[in-house]
Write a protein that binds this ligand. Sequence first.
Ligand code: FE2
Ligand code: FE2
Length: 355
Amino acid sequence: MQVACSFTEVAFMKQAAEADSVTRLDQDMAEKNLSGYWRLGMEGLPPHPMTAVQPCLWRWSDVRSSLVRAGDVISLENSERRVVRLVNPGLDQKNGFATHTIQISFQYVKPGENARAHRHTPAALRFVLEGCGAYTTVDGQKCVMEPGDLILTPQLTWHDHSNDSDAPMIWLDGLDFPLVQALHQVMQERYPERRQPIEKSSEDVIGNLGGAVRHGLPLADFFHYKWRDTEPTLLALARSPAARDPHDGYLLEYRNPIGGGATMTTIQCAVQLLPAREETAAHRHTSTVIYHAFRGSGTTEIGGERFDWQQGDSFVVPLWHDHRHINRSSSEDAILFSMTDTPALRALGLYREEF
Ligand SMILES: [Fe+2]
Ligand SMILES: [Fe+2]
């Protein structure tokens, strides 16, 4: 059956057939919030993941001196936190992110100071570098900080930092802020008071995990990995040649002791020991890793570029970049602390590794 067209419709179709072009089609579609796939060209998608994140190393002397200067000119009355962020030159500078998924920064809290209580959707962690005796309170749990301790503040846990010691505290902050921002999920709330009440200590929680737990008492969330527990475990691991990973040396992951899963849903933390003269084999993976040299010095080759690091330096290995670690010392072990977005990629089915 034929459909009759009006004179006007026929005239319009005729005009369109004569005068249409890709440019005109694109313009008309753009006005209707439409876009043709042909605008992407014939190249198609890349054969492997691409990233704007660049391999980059930040010197501890630059970071620390900036923190100390900030201690003189930035007040915690005027700034929510006194934090220096590491910024990747390949990313938008106004965001101040080191990678596209995880942010690394360093925080400085002077004696007598308190960084007020708040909570937010980005998950955060602290790896303690300098000072002793200050504490972070996480959902009522007082976590007294010592160098090498890892303290978690998962999504929407209340946290505040207090330094009642007589020396400044410096720690590394890791957050999944870039990832949460990409998902349009960033929000923050302030606690009604500057400090939240303390209900228990890390010792109470760790004690519960090792022994009998009163019936009906909910298992506490686990927030605090103490270096005094981590270090002997890492050293014991390094005495077992069978435990050596060809790409990472002796690597110990921080796993949740209750559920056994990743450190947090979006971030996996680890410490790895590279014995004197260690040279690992190269590999690459779809996860991005931020490293912090906690002990010793060495070299990491990233995408054919050499990065020499010393204690306190931080560096980024972007996704799908070949990399290998070298401890150039003939006598000293090196220890790297790391954060990676592997759990998020695994959850999305996007983690891959290649040797
Ligand atoms: Fe926070
Ligand atoms: Fe790796």
